[in-house]
Design a protein around this ligand. Structure first.
Ligand SMILES: [Zn+2]
Length: 441
């Protein structure tokens, strides 16, 4: 009798295990079926590595890629084609982050009931969150210079613009994959890291607001340079006496170096981590490159410079845009997506910054635009911004401009980095203006 009971129990367990595995498979199939079906080696999905059917559109319906009669074609406008190369992908498949691979299931029209079958054979439609007009404007404003442009909607997390330069015309690709010293296949907004220079002062500013009680009452003084640990922190010229707001608007290295020394490396590290700048960020499961903060010893010249975005600091442009989005959005960083949202339900994100701190920084960035950058250079945009001129050894500096527009209709945060271009305000700010003007049009 006992033996029969044992056997019955064993059978029951076996049945339960089979049911559990079936349920697990069904769940995985529902979630990942599109990915499995859209795998490049699936002959029903791809022919010689090229997607068999489907259309990719921008947020307003402009075609970015469409397969008709077995032939895939990119956007008609050449600037849009080049600007969108890295987010769509190339025919040879060297750009793995492209939508043609990452969202193949949706483009093919996959659904869990019908699989890849579509009655007329045209496949599905993927509507990206990017704006083709903003893509074009970014590409044209970069004007042949290398760099990255990222614009995100700070409420929904939709990526409105993501441009990487250099690029090529996907309708006329290079003959063979070069050894890639040009970085032409690299999707910079997602995969690059750059020395941030003064845009990192926003992190030091947040740490100072939260850790130095009287920081807004203090008088700072800049004589043009400051001796630290046998070396010097320098400014372009003597900024004289100033309050904290002025120190950000004037981007005074001496003041921010001093704040970094006072805050200490551990505190700055904590803020860089908390704001996601040293972590990989996800865009629909694609990950950004990981940034770096490396404070240097307490009281050292390296620590002073690290608080001003130099030394070993590195940031990824998309992660930087997400950080600025949190400033714009009272501390909430939205989850990033490349796919257009059809409803505002189910928005998700992460609260990474104290709301009062975020609002205060937003005010100071507004002051920086009025005092230093000039609202007249950004007509019609309620811009809050910070520039950066990041020294990168012997080359010309990387030019940065980051910020957001205070506009409920167009809640856009951005990060622009133009490599080896010169001053942030003169080189990167016009790119940001061109993109934002196109995005709000
Ligand atoms: Zn100064």
């Amino acid at each position: 009798m006992r033996r029969i009971q044992k056997r019955a129990l064993a059978v029951a367990l076996l049945v339960a295990a089979v049911l559990a595995m079936t349920a697990l498979y069904a769940a995985r199939w529902a979630v990942h079926g599109g990915e499995w079906a859209g795998f490049p080696s699936n002959g029903d999905a791809f022919i010689a590595g090229r997607i068999r059917a489907g259309t990719v559109r921008d947020r307003d319906g402009e075609v970015l890629y469409a397969v008709r009669d077995g032939e895939g074609r990119y956007a008609q406008d050449e600037s849009v084609r080049r600007a969108s190369l890295h987010i769509i992908g190339d025919r040879a498949g060297f750009i793995g982050s492209g939508a043609l691979f990452h969202y193949a299931g949706t483009i093919l029209g996959y659904d869990p009931v019908n699989g890849l079958y579509s009655a007329d054979g045209t496949g599905g439609v993927l509507t990206l969150s990017v704006d083709a007009g903003a893509q074009r404007a970014a590409w044209e404003a970069l004007d042949g210079r290398n760099g990255a442009v990222a614009v995100i909607n700070y409420v929904t997390g939709e990526v409105v613009c993501s441009v990487s330069s250099p690029a090529f015309d996907p309708e006329d690709p290079p003959e063979t994959a070069p050894d890639d010293t040009s970085g032409i296949y690299m999707n910079r907004p997602l995969s690059a890291v750059y020395t941030p220079g003064s845009v990192f002062k926003l992190v030091t500013l947040a740490a100072a607001i939260e850790n130095i009680e009287d920081v807004f009452d203090r008088d700072f003084h800049c004589s043009g340079s400051m001796e630290v640990g046998g070396g010097r922190v320098t400014c372009t010229h003597a900024h004289g006496d100033m309050k904290l707001e002025d120190a950000l608007a004037l981007s005074c290295n001496c003041t921010f170096g001093q704040l970094a020394l006072e805050l200490g490396g551990e505190t700055l590290q904590k803020y860089a981590d908390q704001y996601g700048l040293t972590q990989r960020q996800s865009v629909d499961g694609l990950h950004t490159a990981v940034g770096r903060f490396d404070a240097g010893a307490e009281g050292s010249l390296n620590l002073a410079w690290s608080g001003a975005g130099q030394y070993h600091d590195l940031v990824n442009p998309m992660a930087m845009a997400r950080f600025v989005a949190a400033i714009a959005n009272s501390g909430d960083a939205p989850d990033l997506t490349m796919v257009k949202k059809t409803a505002l339900l189910g928005l998700s994100g992460e609260h990474i910054m104290n709301a009062a701190t975020a609002d205060k920084i937003a005010q100071i960035m507004d002051y920086a635009v009025r005092r230093t950058y000039g609202p007249e250079n950004f007509p019609g945009l309620a811009l809050r911004a910070k520039s950066g001129t990041a020294e990168v050894g012997t080359d010309k500096p990387n030019a940065w401009f980051v910020g957001f527009i205070q506009d409920p209709e167009h809640p856009y945060a951005f990060a622009v980095c133009v490599e080896n271009a010169g001053f942030g305000f003169s080189q990167a700010a016009p790119v940001a203006n061109a993109v934002l003007q196109a995005a709000v049009r």
